[in-house]
Design a protein around this ligand. Structure first.
Ligand SMILES: *Cc1c(COP(=O)(O)O)cnc(C)c1O
Length: 385
């Protein structure tokens, strides 16, 4: 058997866990704190709050749960609208639907893929004119690049609409010197298995408001009232993070800077490969010094290259390498078609067709990396102009 045949498929972003994670999980199990909540959850919240410059953090079972409870606290419910970028992972829009509110989709800036401030302003103005109450704006830090909060926050403030930042992809990134997760009234993080750090599955809600944090803790633990029996005055959720998973998170947090460094090395490798390829650019490359480089993508101009992202995807697939188009915009998703307002420029549609995300994970070893590098290089050599 050749080494190529024996090679495991190279994935976009697989969990990066090792001895330290094993030690911490074993320590959690031996401590007897197996149920949700426990000392490692408290410590994990403290560390992440500190890293993100927030007063409060609530560890939850997923990033989606953080979005859901954050939206509820901002008053999202039937009869209200919530603005989300059309270029995002479905979880952002799904969480809006859970609350009964209606997602309104807004297009992105073509160079960053993040919420377009001018279009956001137009959307807020039109919704205000039509008398539609907007519960929140949910900017997404796409692929780890912080949304343009310096432009977005003043607009939202002018319309009196709170911001819930979907920072699921951007832990460890900065915007104008401030950490991802520090923007907006509330921010949501994800520790899903494919993110920069993982708790297997998990998430966190960040805020500076003590009341919001206390409310979210309450809602996430079935909204139990303080009574000897089970007493409930509102609908609660089972969204708390387990102490065993927080142990995994603590080990990952120790290693986070190193893992982000390895993602950046992948970014640099792709930038070198694209450098002499007309019509191929690394997405978000301009000004990426403070990004966590969660995923690196090529953006391809087929009129220049003579090949499409699909051609490259097929070639990589044949070499056992996963790649995937950028997020399919929400306004194009069958589940959200019809009845959903959208403010579009065509930028997200274009990025969906022309963007291809590439293996970017910190768990890739030297052998995986050179396999990917060689596969891309030989595709360029064969098909390049
Ligand atoms: C991963 C992700 C989420 C959801 O996080 P989970 O922890 O998987 O629930 C939400 N929004 C964006 C932009 C994401 O990438």
């Amino acid at each position: 058997m050749t080494s190529t045949a024996a090679r495991a498929r190279v994935l976009l972003s697989s969990p990066d866990v090792g001895v330290r994670e094993e030690e911490m999980v074993v320590a959690a199990v031996r401590s007897g704190w197996i149920a949700p909540l426990g000392p490692m959850v408290d410590e994990f919240e403290k560390q992440i709050a500190e890293r993100c410059g927030r007063a409060h953090a609530v560890a939850l079972s997923s990033g989606t749960a953080a979005l859901h409870l954050g939206l509820l606290e901002l008053g999202a419910r039937a009869g209200t609208a919530v603005i989300v970028p059309t270029l995002t992972f479905a979880a952002t829009a799904n969480a809006v639907v859970y609350t009964g509110a209606t997602p309104v989709f807004v297009d992105c800036d073509a160079s960053t893929g993040n919420l377009d401030p001018a279009l956001l302003e137009q959307a807020l103005a039109e919704l205000a004119t039509d008398g539609v109450p907007v519960a929140a704006v949910v900017p997404v830090d796409l692929l780890g690049r912080s949304a343009d909060y310096s432009a977005l926050l003043p607009i939202c403030e002018r319309f009196g609409v709170p911001v819930l930042a979907d920072a699921a992809e951007s832990l460890g990134s900065f915007h104008h010197g401030a950490p991802a997760g520090s923007f907006g009234r509330i921010a949501a993080l994800s520790f899903n298995g494919n993110k920069v750090m993982t708790t297997s599955g998990g998430g966190m809600l960040l805020t500076d408001d003590a009341h919001t944090a206390q409310r979210v803790r309450h809602l996430s633990t079935q909204a139990r009232q303080p009574a000897v029996h089970y007493e409930h005055t509102e609908i609660g959720y089972n969204y708390r993070l387990s102490n065993v998973l927080a142990a995994l998170g603590l080990a990952q947090a120790e290693r986070l800077d190193g893992m982000i460094g390895r993602r950046r090395e992948m970014r640099e490798m792709y930038a070198r490969l694209a450098n002499d390829q007309p019509g191929v650019e690394v997405f978000q490359r301009h000004g990426d010094a403070a990004d966590n480089c969660w995923l690196t993508a090529f953006v391809v101009e087929p009129q220049v290259t003579g090949w499409t992202t699909d051609d490259l995807r097929a070639a990589l697939d044949a070499a056992g390498i996963e790649s995937r188009p950028l997020w399919k915009p929400m306004h194009q998703q069958p589940v959200f078609r019809g009845g959903h307002r959208a403010f579009l420029s065509g930028a997200a549609d274009e990025l969906f067709v022309r963007g291809l995300t590439l293996p970017s994970g910190s768990a890739l070893d030297a052998d995986d990396r050179s396999h990917v590098e060689n596969a891309v290089r030989s595709f360029f050599a064969e098909r390049g102009r």
